[in-house]
Design a protein around this ligand. Structure first.
Ligand SMILES: [Zn+2]
Length: 290
């Protein structure tokens, strides 16, 4: 299995096989835990075994080497928070300790591995940049527990390191500066300098001019689209001017057929006027001569 931060495919799939509920309400964020034990994926599954182990589960574990394993699919509800709402809406991430009591320390590898996984989930599920009580929560918010102990946001000594790594790695993923395994992508050529943007003002109008345009557009729209009565005397036909214009084509064709090979009434009238004009002109010339 190849780790893929972009597709949130962890180092290892080690399903618990029980101690979870099918389905969930949402994937709205992540709850941080520490295991209160030095546990890898197999050890966790043994301690939290559905066959007689602790009645608990988690979606993910970051082991003491920082490797991520999946124990309950993201689509299902892990029993992680002793709080139904948190279980059904938030994914859970356990961080293994690398030593026991009284200090329960956590290794740098686990902090980095866990923080990067939180960043990968935030990137994949579009939660935005990892931020406390926005998309990253601590177990003790939801029940009476010290968990996640040294990771806790208010007094945990690992918290700053965790968030520093998570926010940095989130940006790396957002800008695709790392490959799927989180290695920096090396550029063998200088990044192209973007061409300077020319400011382009399409319209810079006064309020009066804007109103004038709006009014004109409305008037034009009405002129073309509002129904108007036919100008033919006696007709009760009403239609938008656009329809009237379309009908012209048919009318012209009708005229072509009606007057095929003979002058139209209008043409006869025009010809008659022309004849009268010509006669008057002759008369005028005659008067001139006289
Ligand atoms: Zn916890």
């Amino acid at each position: 299995m190849a780790l893929d931060y972009y597709q949130v495919i962890p180092h290892e799939i080690a399903l618990l096989g029980g101690n979870f509920t099918y389905g969930r309400d949402s994937k709205s964020g992540l709850v941080r835990h520490h295991t209160a034990g030095v546990l890898n994926a197999q050890q966790l599954n043994k301690v939290w075994s559905p066959n007689g182990g602790r009645q608990a589960s988690t979606n993910y574990l970051a082991n003491a080497l920082g490797k991520i394993s999946q124990h309950v699919w993201d689509d299902n509800t892990a029993w992680a928070n002793a709080n139904t709402w948190a279980n059904r809406n938030l994914l859970s991430l356990e961080h293994s300790n690398n030593d026991g009591p009284p200090d329960w320390p956590i290794s740098d590898e686990t902090i980095i591995g866990g923080a990067r996984w939180g960043a990968a989930l935030a990137n994949f599920y579009k939660w935005g940049k990892p931020a406390f009580n926005v998309n990253i929560f601590d177990h003790r918010k939801f029940t009476t527990t010290s968990c996640p102990h040294h990771l806790h946001a208010y007094d945990g000594r690992y918290n700053d390191e965790w968030f520093e790594e998570a926010t940095w790695f989130y940006d790396q993923l957002q800008h695709k500066l790392v490959d799927a395994q989180g290695n920096p992508i090396k550029m063998n050529f200088p990044a192209p300098t973007p061409a300077p943007k020319k400011e382009r003002i399409f319209m810079y109008l006064t309020e009066a001019e804007e109103r004038e345009i709006l009014t004109t557009v409305r008037e034009l729209k009405n002129a073309f689209l509002a129904p108007v009565p036919s100008l033919v005397p006696g007709s009760t036909f009403e239609a938008p001017r656009t329809t009237m214009i379309d009908l012209l084509d048919r009318k012209v064709e009708e005229l072509h057929q009606e007057y095929h090979g003979k002058p139209s009434a209008a043409q006869v009238e025009c010809d008659a006027h022309a004849k009268v004009d010509a006669e008057h002109k002759l008369e005028d010339e005659e008067h001139h001569d006289a």
